[in-house]
Ligand binder design. Structure first.
Ligand code: DNO
Length: 358
């Protein structure tokens, strides 16, 4: 596995590339132009500038997370073609700086959703939390709480300008059923995948987080069956997955190791993290250690190992430790993610030495 780290860019992350260099085993930076809203043109100079910063510290630029998809594409409006053209332009430019995988999502209105950003865990640290009962009919309440909690940090998928138009966005999605959304994804993929094949960039769709419909909005990447349907829609290795154990693991019915064994050829990017799911369906993010939550992380790593996985991996959200929540983007502190890297590599290395991990 090829270990990477998500970095938000110079002057946009409290963690620097020099910090990241000191985490053993990290070879690549997962990056993006975080000030770009969905549908905006990415200029080659800006792309080159960030790529140069990354390579100058010895990291690979191979994974971009995300190039966000404009709502008009998800809704299926006539204007979608112009936004797909811009998306294709970005794919072509990214190929020039060595990008091999683009992570994206197809969730309507919201990206990931939580009800609390700093829920205290029994050990005194805190983490992102989802309380089912707190998801009322009014999404505005949740949006306000999340934006307030993020403080000075921008959070991808939670652009205040876009969410200021919440009512308008919900109205635009009113007729978008699950089947329509799927059809719009297929349309998008049919246009971009031939270009990806040409320039050798693999698309990796991120699952819905949490893995069920919210606020009446359809969600189409949430289970074995829904994933199979997407992979079959355009049957090319370039149409692949970001396999996120935290998102899919929010629903205990998803057998994650079995899904990895089944889909490994189409998994281009692995987000590995742990969540603890409670009986009432609420869940909280915990350390990467298998025993600390509901995701059997050693078994997840074993499934990758046994299938000879050579794709990109990153530790995903971590708890906020030792007071770092005062100065880090929610879920993206330094300490727990660095511990996560070491845990994942520890499991991998012991498998590689034939010692097993049970
Ligand atoms: C959450 C992330 C997601 C992911 C997007 C991909 O922290 O995993 O926001 O980047 O869904 O487009």
């Amino acid at each position: 596995m090829n270990m990477t780290w998500r970095w938000y860019g110079e002057n946009n992350d409290n963690i620097t590339l020099d910090h990241i260099r000191q985490i053993p085993g990290v070879m690549g930076i997962v990056w993006s132009l975080h000030d770009k809203v969905a549908g905006e043109v990415w200029e080659m100079e800006r792309i080159q500038e960030v790529a140069d910063q990354i390579t100058s510290k010895g990291f690979s630029t191979a994974v971009v997370e995300s190039v966000n998809v404009h709502d008009d594409i998800k809704i299926g409006l006539p204007s979608r073609d112009q936004y797909i053209d811009i998306y294709i332009d970005t794919i072509r430019k990214l190929a020039k700086v060595g990008v091999k995988v683009i992570c994206y999502n197809f969730m309507p209105v919201f990206d990931w959703t939580r009800t609390e950003l700093y829920k205290e865990l029994p050990d005194g640290s805190n983490a992102l939390f989802y309380e089912k009962a707190a998801i009322t009919d009014d999404p505005r309440q949740m949006v306000d709480r999340i934006l307030e909690g993020a403080g000075k940090f921008t959070m991808p998928g939670w652009e205040p300008e876009r969410l200021a138009r919440l009512d308008e966005l919900f109205a635009a999605y009113a007729d978008v059923t699950e089947d329509k959304l799927f059809g719009n994804l297929k349309y998008f993929l049919e246009r971009i995948i031939p270009v990806c094949e040409e320039v050798d960039i693999k698309m990796a769709i991120h699952p819905d987080d949490p893995a069920w419909p919210i606020f009446g909005l359809p969600r189409i990447v949430r289970s074995r069956e829904t994933i199979q349907r997407i992979l079959d829609a355009v049957n090319s290795p370039y149409n692949g997955l970001t396999f996120c154990t935290g998102s899919l693991g929010s629903n205990p019915e998803n057998d994650l190791p079995a899904m990895i064994r089944e889909f490994h050829n189409r998994i281009h990017f692995a987000h590995i993290r742990n969540v603890k799911v409670f009986e009432n369906g609420d869940f909280i993010e915990v350390s990467h250690r298998g025993k600390d939550g509901s995701v059997d992380v050693p078994e997840v790593v074993r499934a990758y190992y046994e299938n000879g996985y050579q794709g990109y991996v990153r530790p995903d959200h971590g708890r906020h430790l030792w007071g770092e929540e005062k100065n880090c983007r929610p879920g993206y502190g330094l300490y727990d993610r660095a511990l996560g890297v070491m845990y994942l590599l520890g499991v991998w290395d012991s498998l590689a030495q034939g010692k097993g991990v049970k």
